[in-house]
Design a protein around this ligand. Structure first.
Ligand code: NAP
Length: 292
């Protein structure tokens, strides 16, 4: 018998299946359940045990019960009717911070401990530490510590606090930053895509390098927001950047590109300059868009 933590996994979509395979590969015993039975067969062939129902899977769990379902509603549906008393729930289903907090209270009312997780990876990165995959966890610290070794198997585990909503908040914040980055990449390609002489593959590589170099700006913003001094050690000041935006907008127009992906952010930069903060970096824009 293995002395490794036994895992119960509810949900065998693309991500759930990848998680399950990582635990099996690391020698953990694995009990699985999925709404559509066809997805259970392949992983059972690899050594997992199939539970008859979600309730049976939960009832027989001796270790963490991991949920990797589509959304928070499906978590409620799948766990309805299961006896959660004394169970350790680890919810790796993407949701909002508020959903995670409500789900934590909901679990607590049913006698379960609760840990929420936000997966910063796509399925092929799971079980491959070299990819940099990790999962944010928040909620019951004791649960996290107890199962930490098993939780570290599919991807590095980053515990971010007792507030069950904080894993989702980190997850959503990173995805939001990614969305802005994708908008910038889309605009950049729209500018160059019509130019016959340009090698788009080369351009893509140069763009990726540039974005990587600029990503360090998040450290400067963190320092400014923490100190409240938005002008200290500014690398590029807002007045200069806002003035340069005119060239960006003119070039977009000349290239026949709609600048709607950039315009709202540029508008905020201009507003902050007009308010007399041209010597700052970008941190002041946080206060322009925050209601608290
Ligand atoms: N894939 C990614 O790149 C990725 C990355 C990070 C985080 N995530 C998160 O991981 C979670 C799972 O993603 P996935 O890629 O595995 O999605 P998926 O392939 O679409 O699988 C969804 C899973 O949820 C189940 N499900 C949906 N509605 C249900 C319901 N009402 N009752 C019971 N089961 C239900 C599905 O069961 P059936 O098989 O019966 O349909 C399936 O097991 C999501 O919250 C997603 O945001 C995914």
């Amino acid at each position: 018998m293995s002395d490794k933590t036994a895992i119960t996994l509810l949900g065998l979509g693309d991500m759930g299946s990848a998680l399950g395979r990582a635990w099996l590969a690391a020698g953990h015993s694995l009990t699985v359940w999925n709404r559509t039975a066809a997805k259970v067969e392949p992983i059972v062939a690899e050594g997992a045990r199939a539970a008859d129902s979600a309730a049976e899977a939960v009832a027989s769990a001796t270790g963490p019960v991991v949920l990797c379902l589509l959304d928070d509603d499906s978590v409620g549906e799948v766990l309805e009717g299961a006896d959660l008393q004394g169970r350790d729930l680890v919810n790796l289903t993407t949701g909002t911070p508020e959903q995670a907090r409500k789900r934590a209270s909901w679990a607590g009312e049913r006698g379960a401990r609760f840990l929420d997780g936000g997966i910063m990876a796509v399925p092929p990165m799971i079980g491959r530490p070299e990819t940099g995959a990790y999962v944010y966890y928040s909620g019951d610290r004791e649960l996290f510590e107890r199962h930490r070794e098993a939780l570290e198997v599919p991807a590095r585990a980053e515990y971010v606090g007792e507030d069950a909503g904080h894993a989702a908040l980190h997850d959503i914040a990173l995805l939001s930053a990614m969305t802005g980055m994708f908008a910038g990449i889309t605009h950049a390609f729209a500018l160059v895509a019509g130019e016959k002489e340009l090698d788009l593959a080369r351009f893509g590589g140069l763009l990726a390098d540039w974005l990587q170099a600029m990503a360090g700006m998040s450290h400067e913003m963190a320092a400014h927001l923490a100190s409240g001094n938005y002008t200290e050690g500014v690398t590029s000041n807002l007045a200069m950047m806002s003035a340069a935006n005119e060239s960006l907008l003119t070039t977009a127009r000349d290239q026949g590109v709609d600048a709607r992906l950039l315009a709202p952010y540029m508008e905020l930069m201009r507003t902050r300059v007009e308010q007399g903060h041209g010597d700052e970096g970008l941190a002041g824009i946080v206060s322009l868009i925050s209601r608290r």
